[in-house]
Design a protein around this ligand. Structure first.
Ligand SMILES: [Zn+2]
Length: 162
């Protein structure tokens, strides 16, 4: 499956322009936590070298010291390249199958962002586009088909260039 950049960085909000510029990170819970639900805060952010905040201490990454102090959580991470293509998809699906994340919606959202064409470009405009009549949702919220996602993208273009 081809990839669909840019993605919006979950830390700084600026675009991540390529797979090489992206970084996926999450938090490992404490050893006393169960295997199921023991992972938290899945995010897609800039690789330090591509970050607009590359010279800040944490760039766009989780503040590891803060999480250790607050909850004894530790940061885990992998390059975005580990989560694209069929091998990336199956990794994300295995996290769902084993119920690894305390909030499985974070894994579902990452799957949609990385593997459903047009999803990333449309996802932050769903509510506004739907309330403006861009399309009539017939499925669970955010689980839209390609025709519906393209209707949102068309709606976004109309807002930018009326
Ligand atoms: Zn960033």
């Amino acid at each position: 499956m081809e990839v669909d950049p840019p993605w919006k960085c979950d830390q700084c909000g600026h675009p991540i322009l390529s797979v090489e510029d992206g970084w996926v990170e999450w938090l490992n819970g404490t050893v006393s936590e169960q295997w199921e639900g023991g992972l938290h805060e899945l995010r897609l952010v800039h690789h330090r070298l591509a970050s607009p905040f590359a010279n800040h201490r944490n760039a766009c990454y989780h503040d590891g010291a803060k999480w250790v102090a607050a909850k004894r959580y530790t940061v885990a991470d992998l390059p975005l390249s580990s989560f694209v293509g069929p091998d990336g998809l199956v990794t994300l699906l295995s996290w769902l199958a084993e119920k690894r994340f305390s909030d499985p919606n974070q894994v579902l959202e990452m799957i949609k962002r990385l593997h459903i064409p047009n999803y990333e470009a449309a996802r932050l405009s769903f509510e506004a586009a739907i309330s403006d009549g861009a399309f009539e949702p017939r499925s669970a919220p955010t689980y839209y088909d390609q025709r519906e996602l393209k209707a949102v993208l068309e709606w976004i273009r109309e807002q930018e260039d009326p």
